[in-house]
Design a protein around this ligand. Structure first.
Ligand code: SAH
Length: 400
């Protein structure tokens, strides 16, 4: 096995169990490992640090599989990792047909995301959807797919590796069936009593924002009798939760006609009164201002925009965009109204996000109180050694 030796004192982060080796920390590579090959990472003095997946093209030159010298990387390794991840989810995740089964580094499988749409009496057919985002998991794809189907008993695995991040790893974007049957046009997944149609082939990410489950449940809990506005609604996740929770009226905005069509299908699938829901195919920034100018007001608003800051360079512009929607969102609330506001930009941390929202409130001259800090569900764990894994953060605010 090829050895990667670090520069002197560059072993510290690995000793703290941070799972990435940057190219500039490497002193020498004894040989020419293929991309995705397993290498041994050693400190400058020769001490064993980790087994890792080599990535010839990325600045993240190696990602750690294991810090245990006695643990080889083979088929059994992937079976153990997948079984462990599944066991944790089975114990902790309830009231849902959709779980994040593997969340990359936090599950010891760097660069791999797997969502599992579980079969039940009604849906009959389960579906696993994967994103392979690093050379190591790409090289072990077959072993991983076998481990997934064995552990879950679900025969259907679909790949959604159509993500630009693969280019940094020298990998092309790809999608398709990895095992079992072609996914249906939409499958049905039930969460907290709400049925959602999910298009795993053409939808965003793996088809559904599994990470917002707990937050949708909160909206459901607080929606009774309220006028709700859901911005960036996609296929209606929060809108359906609000309808289920007894909202009086739900106005939803998204700029994707396809997402809105599925959202409307979801209203029908749940037997909700379509007259309670309004769907606006429009730009959320402009529509928020228009609604404000027209004197519309709401009791509960959800702002769950796409990632405004794809990387650090975009933080300033993203901060202005977050501030813009939060400012108008706060002004659109009636007294006592609730704002659920989110950012899924990894480059904007929870502290900065709170500052942005606070400055929106102060510019709007509104007294806002934080009732709760929000994040992804327990199936999106965050490794303490790997704070980079945090991306979704949110706040539940109430205005005076
Ligand atoms: N809240 C959703 C996920 C939101 S994803 C859920 O829980 O399922 C972000 C959504 O924002 C996408 O559906 C995308 O189509 C939409 N979008 C992006 N830019 C937009 C804009 N300027 N105006 C309105 N919608 C936009």
């Amino acid at each position: 096995m090829i050895t990667v030796t670090l520069k002197s004192s560059k072993e510290k982060s690995l000793l703290r169990r941070h799972p990435w080796v940057y190219a500039n920390a490497i002193d020498r590579v004894d040989g020419e490992p293929a991309s995705g090959a397993t290498v041994i990472v050693r400190a400058h003095d020769g001490r064993f640090l980790a087994r890792a997946a080599y990535s010839a093209h990325s600045q993240i030159r190696a990602r750690v599989w294991s810090f245990d010298e006695a643990e080889p990387v083979d088929h059994a390794f992937f079976r153990r990792r997948v079984q462990r991840a599944l066991a944790h989810r089975q114990k902790m995740v309830q009231n849902t047909g959709a779980v994040r089964l593997i969340f990359g580094e936090a599950d010891g499988l760097p660069g791999l995301v797997v969502d599992y749409y579980i079969a039940d009496d009604e849906t009959q057919r389960g579906q696993i959807v994967c994103q392979f985002m690093a050379a190591g998991v790409e090289a072990w794809k077959e072993a991983i797919v076998a481990a997934l189907t064995d552990a879950t008993g679900c025969p259907n695995v679909y790949e959604r590796s159509d993500v630009s991040i693969r280019e940094k790893e020298g990998l092309e974007q790809t999608t398709g069936v990895l095992a079992g049957d072609e996914p249906p046009a939409t499958l049905i997944s039930t969460e907290n009593g709400v049925r959602y149609h999910v298009d795993v082939r053409n939808g965003h990410k793996t088809g559904f924002y599994v990470d917002q489950r707990d937050n949708r449940a909160l909206v459901q809990q607080f929606a009774q009798g309220r006028d709700v506005l859901n911005c960036f609604c996609y296929t209606g996740g929060f809108s359906l939760a609000a309808l289920k929770g007894g909202a009086q009226r739900v106005v939803s905005i998204d700029s994707s006609g396809e997402a809105l069509a599925l959202a409307q299908q979801n209203v029908t699938a749940n037997g909700f009164d379509a007259a309670r829901a309004t769907w606006l195919d429009a730009d959320a920034f402009k529509t928020l201002r228009r609604l404000y100018d027209e004197g519309e007001r709401f009791d509960l608003i959800v702002l769950d925009p796409p990632k405004f800051a794809p990387s650090r360079e975009h933080v300033d512009r993203a901060a202005r965009a977050y501030k813009d929607i939060n400012l108008t969102g706060l002004k659109l609330l009636r007294p006592g109204g609730l704002l659920f506001t989110y950012s899924c930009s990894g480059a904007i941390d929870a502290e900065l996000f709170q500052k942005i929202v606070s400055s929106a409130a102060s510019d709007a001259r509104i007294d806002a109180r934080i009732l709760k800090r929000l994040g992804a569900g327990v199936d999106h764990p965050l490794l303490t050694a790997f704070p980079e894994g945090e991306y979704l953060k949110g706040l539940l605010l109430q205005i005076a």
